[in-house]
Design a protein around this ligand. Structure first.
Ligand SMILES: [Mn+2]
Length: 434
């Protein structure tokens, strides 16, 4: 992205929480201070001035983009005063999605817009469950079968946050009900033409929580540390931002600036309570299976973990997080068949984690698995992480017979490995017997 390249030259300069001012403003109470004008040659003074100017220009561009987007969003919200909206998250929402949706809900409230935050799958990661419980985050599970009886007439719009509709089973149903798409706010690569009133998709930003924090900061809803709900939402946003940036290690300037703003409001003790959630035995079992089943080729670690329950679905990204820490491994892919016992629903779910800077998870997954018959990709990604979902259609369910279940897994396992290995070992033909 253009913005990023202009920002890289600034990395040597110290980061500040406030937009830089061209003139240094003397601060009160500073007694001893080095004289500002240290002797220096004219040339280096000019170089420094240029650097400061570049820095200001880049920071202004970042600020003006977020200010412009905030203003655009404000106009859209104004035209939808007193309406009801659905905020739809990916089926298995993460802290970035959950916290960003909450911030949107609080912003929309200023315009008398009532939002319901919904997702179709489950909160499977213990940290996500802790986040929702401890902060009172208002997201609700809305399984597909409940939708049939839902009265859609009371909603005037829906909003997608931290996704673009490709990772939610709810979106096609809501579209079919004729509810218009009002806003898309996301940091994943653009997934196609979005017919939405407001679009803010910025793949250069590491977390959707950063974008929402910028909205708060530019005045859509200034946080107030005496309001309990604001403190909790700031804590959730801090958690979202940290978890999407690998604990800020992959954060960029904008993310740090957003975290700096949140640092004035968030509750550090509450955040540490959220982070202390432990792994369940079943998650540990899936990680164990991924270790046992992994094959390592060309620094890729690939593991199929067989069947797992819907509620344990998040064990897959956790296993991928773990496998990528092995020496000589830069990329891990873990997948399994997730089944919902209630409606015999089965879907292959996979996660990719990489530390290789030149590997784009979005491209890799799209190239490996391609598209379905309606042109929809099976997955995508962002920096360092990606995921995929492959519906099993007619082959779904019917696992009373364990030999059949085993055979079905083996076919899917072999097919996925084959598709991945084609990219991992481009010169070998994995189909050929030895
Ligand atoms: Mn995200």
């Amino acid at each position: 992205m253009q913005l990023n390249s202009s920002l890289t030259q600034l990395e040597r300069l110290p980061l500040t929480t406030d937009p830089p001012t061209p003139e240094p403003i003397p601060e009160e109470g500073e007694v001893e201070r080095e004289p500002l004008e240290a002797p220096r040659s004219n040339q280096s003074a000019i170089a420094l001035t240029n650097e400061v100017n570049n820095y200001c220009a880049a920071a202004q561009r970042v600020n003006s983009l977020s200010a412009q987007k905030s203003e655009e969003l404000r106009q859209v919200l104004l035209t939808h005063r007193q309406e009801r909206q659905l905020v739809i998250l990916q089926d298995f929402p993460d802290p970035d999605a959950l916290s960003s949706a909450w911030a949107y809900q609080l912003i929309a409230q200023q315009y008398d817009i009532k939002c319901e935050i919904i997702y179709a799958g489950a909160l499977s990661h213990q940290e996500n469950i802790a986040l929702v419980k401890l902060t009172g985050l208002p997201a609700q599970r809305c399984p597909l079968q409940n939708l049939k009886s839902k009265d859609w007439s009371s909603y005037q719009g829906f909003v997608l946050i931290d996704n673009q509709g490709t990772t939610s089973q709810l979106v096609p149903v809501v579209q079919e009900a004729g509810i218009p798409l009002i806003a898309v706010i996301d940091h994943h690569s653009l997934q196609g033409d979005l017919k939405s009133e407001f679009v803010d998709v910025r793949p250069g930003v590491r977390a959707t929580a950063t974008i929402l924090t910028q909205y708060l900061q530019t005045g859509l809803l200034p946080l107030d540390s005496s309001i309990n709900q604001h403190v909790k939402c700031a804590t959730a946003l801090m958690h979202g931002l940290r978890s999407d940036t690998n604990l800020l290690m992959q954060a960029k300037e904008e993310d740090f600036l957003a975290a700096a703003y949140l640092s004035r409001f968030y509750d550090a003790q509450l955040l540490s309570a959220i982070l202390q959630a432990t792994r369940s035995k079943r998650v540990m079992d899936v990680i164990e299976r991924s270790l046992k089943n992994r094959i390592v080729q060309n620094n890729f670690s690939i593991a199929g973990v067989g069947y797992l329950r819907y509620d344990d679905r998040d064990a897959i990204p956790q296993a991928a997080d773990f496998l990528v820490t092995e020496e000589n491994v830069h990329t891990a892919v873990v997948y399994g068949i997730v089944h919902d016992e209630d409606d015999e629903l089965e879907v292959v779910i996979g996660s990719l984690r990489t530390t290789k800077l030149t590997l784009d998870p979005d491209e890799f997954i799209k190239e490996a698995f391609g598209q379905d018959s309606s042109g929809r990709f099976f997955g995508g990604g962002r920096t360092s992480a990606g995921g995929f979902e492959i519906p099993m259609g007619f082959l779904s369910g019917g696992n009373e017979n364990s030999a059949y279940a085993k055979m079905k897994w083996e076919v899917f396992d072999a097919q996925i490995k084959q598709k991945l290995l084609r990219l991992v070992n481009p010169r070998d033909n994995p189909i050929q017997p030895e």
